[in-house]
Write a protein that binds this ligand. Structure first.
Ligand code: HEM
Length: 304
């Protein structure tokens, strides 16, 4: 499906602010693709018949990334890291989970996302519209929350030691029942987070190099859990995390083995589902489909 004008505009706005980096993704530009396996646990069988969560092993593509749309930014300038997974369910079918090392996003509407980019653009060009920023801050508490969380922002010491969140809610479906869930990946290596200051002198490309060395020694693994939503937990607001005490179901183990070029080039559209799992009506999640498609088409055309 073609990206709507609004989705294309959002991608163009990202380019206005961060520059046009031909051949790269328009967000999470720099990263590293890997291939591996997902060993499903079968423990969520009461809630979903999704193929990859059965007691079975399937191939996956995984891409780690730094969030910046500018591939020349230093590693530590991107405190949020990404991990995108494509589960190869059959010869023709895939489903994706796209996750980051933050449990929340900074805005809950695509329109707001674009407005924020527009404000940043005026800052970049040296004509700060302070009144607009002030208005944003007063009207939108999620923006205040973002600034306060940026102050205590940490960064994982390796791509392999971050906790990665889907942020959005999805539904597990079985026999007409729907259960809201969110995904979280926990590293077998244990979480290791540092202050941005600690990481600021790292050489460019440190994370990619470190992961290549780590996987050459042994696979890098994560446990995937479904966090089970309860009545009242928001399913359409990516700025709000669910309470910490929610039940979790172990869905399986992600085993990341070796670098892979297909994984580096792939399109990880977070709305590509499979039978047994569906998207929530979170407007940001829905918006991402077209934005990612547009960025994918640009970068593949540029890469010839
Ligand atoms: C309005 C909201 C958003 C917009 C417009 C947006 C836009 C984009 C674009 C254009 C790309 C590059 C796609 C490609 O070329 O394949 C991308 C990648 C990515 N985004 Fe978003 N994004 C949004 C929200 C989010 C959220 C909420 C998350 C949190 C899970 C997220 C995580 C990622 C990750 C991890 C990647 C890299 C995927 C890969 O490795 O291929 N994004 N985003």
């Amino acid at each position: 499906m073609e990206a709507s004008q609004k989705e294309q505009h959002a991608v163009n706005q990202i380019e206005e602010v961060f520059g046009e980096h031909k051949g790269y993704r328009r967000a999470h530009a720099r990263g590293a693709g890997y291939k591996g396996l997902f060993e499903g646990s079968g423990e969520a069988i009461g809630l979903t018949d999704a193929e990859h969560f059965k007691n079975t092993t399937i191939p996956v593509l995984v891409r780690f990334s730094h969030f910046s749309p500018d591939p020349t930014w230093a590693d530590a300038m991107s405190p949020v890291k990404g991990m995108a997974i494509q589960f190869k369910i059959g010869l023709e079918e895939v489903t994706n989970i796209v996750s980051v090392t933050s449990p929340v996003f900074f805005t809950r509407s695509p329109e707001r996302f674009v407005e924020m980019l527009e404000v940043s653009r005026s800052f970049q060009k040296g004509r700060p519209k302070l009144a607009e920023l002030a208005e944003l801050l007063t009207d939108f508490p999620e923006v205040r929350a973002m600034f306060s969380s940026m102050k205590k922002m940490t960064v994982p010491e390796s791509f392999a030691t971050g906790i990665y969140h889907s942020i959005h809610a999805f539904y597990f479906e079985k026999h007409g029942n729907k259960q809201a869930i969110k995904y979280v990946f926990e590293p077998d290596a244990g979480e290791d987070k540092r202050s941005i200051k600690d990481m600021k002198d790292l050489p460019f490309g440190y994370y990619e190099q470190e992961l290549a060395e780590r996987t050459a020694r042994s696979p890098v693994c994560f446990k995937l859990y479904a966090i089970i939503g309860e009545a009242g937990d928001p399913t359409d607001d990516p700025t709000r995390d669910w309470p910490k005490n929610r039940e979790r179901i172990f869905l399986g183990r992600l085993v990341i083995e070796a670098p892979d070029d297909e994984a580096e080039q792939a399109l990880y559209d977070p709305t590509v589902m499979t039978a047994g799992v569906s998207c929530s009506d979170d407007p940001i999640l829905q918006f991402r489909r077209g934005a990612y498609r547009h960025s994918y088409e640009k970068r593949t055309a540029e890469n010839g």
